[in-house]
Design a protein around this ligand. Structure first.
Ligand SMILES: [Zn+2]
Length: 264
């Protein structure tokens, strides 16, 4: 059983959601900062997310549609082209779009294969490694760092934000996207899991990949602890037609946050 919240170290934890075929994979919600902490001693599986390579020029693929929305958001707010690092860059699609507009681009991925696919197809440099262990041997810095659907997979969010800080220029920006626990779909998901309505859909050895789940309040706590300022918070869904509504009522299943490294 989890003893303390991985974000604020509080021991005010409530058993919040039970996942998996036997409903024995436990999430605890922190009463202080609101983080949903998955008990990683129950086992984690990050390999389930490994994808086959899709060219960024395949405009109809879902991956590339999502990426175009992220890039449209980022280019509106990021200012003049500079250097950008995309951590967990997937097929390199966001970097592909950024480079077209004059950005100097670099990616990071966990596997040699992902890096090689991107390098061979697009000639983009991709660092192979685990972000939390990356020691930035040449002390490179970037104007923008991107983590799309990565933060929730990292067990130590404080360390993750400090790493981002070390990779940014002064006043540099970071774009982060992750699930939003204060969403209708998470309320529904929690009820389904806790009532055991989806037990049949899991393979027997299934394990989650998300270690930590955030809402706006929890994410702001993380930013305060690590010296970042929240510039924009919005939520979005797979249904573009609903996203206008979600700009006003931020209860969509995914969150998009633009943050700035504090000066000095
Ligand atoms: Zn906490």
């Amino acid at each position: 059983m989890l003893q303390a919240c991985r974000l604020c170290r509080s021991d005010k934890l409530t058993l919040w959601m039970r996942e998996g075929p036997n409903r024995d994979l436990d999430y605890y919600r922190c009463g202080r900062c609101g983080l949903w902490n998955y008990d990683i001693d129950c086992g984690v599986d990050q390999v389930q997310y490994v994808e086959t390579y899709v060219s960024p020029e395949n405009l109809h693929h879902k991956t590339n549609k999502d990426i175009r929305e992220s890039w449209a958001f980022l280019r509106r707010h990021a200012g003049d082209p500079g250097a950008i690092l995309d951590i967990g860059c997937g097929n390199g699609g966001l970097l592909y779009l950024a480079r077209k507009e004059g950005w100097r681009v670099r990616g990071m991925e966990l596997t040699e294969k992902a890096a090689r696919d991107i390098a061979e197809d697009q000639g983009i440099d991709v660092i192979v490694g685990d972000f939390l262990d990356y020691d930035n041997p040449d002390s490179d810095v970037y104007d923008v760092v991107v983590l799309r659907h990565v933060l929730e997979h990292l067990p130590d969010p404080i360390r993750a934000m400090r790493k981002i800080d070390s990779l940014l220029t002064e006043n540099g920006l970071a774009l982060l996207e992750f699930p939003n626990t204060r969403s209708l779909s998470y309320v529904y998901k929690r009820l389904r899991k806790n009532w055991g309505l989806q037990r049949g859909k899991y393979p027997p050895d299934w394990r989650p990949g998300h270690c930590n789940e955030f809402c706006r309040r929890t994410f702001r706590y993380l930013l305060r602890e690590t010296g970042f300022e929240l510039l924009i918070w919005q939520t979005y869904s797979k249904r573009p037609v609903m996203n206008g509504v979600y700009r006003m009522i931020p209860i969509a299943s995914k969150a998009r946050a633009l943050v700035r490294k504090a000066a000095g």
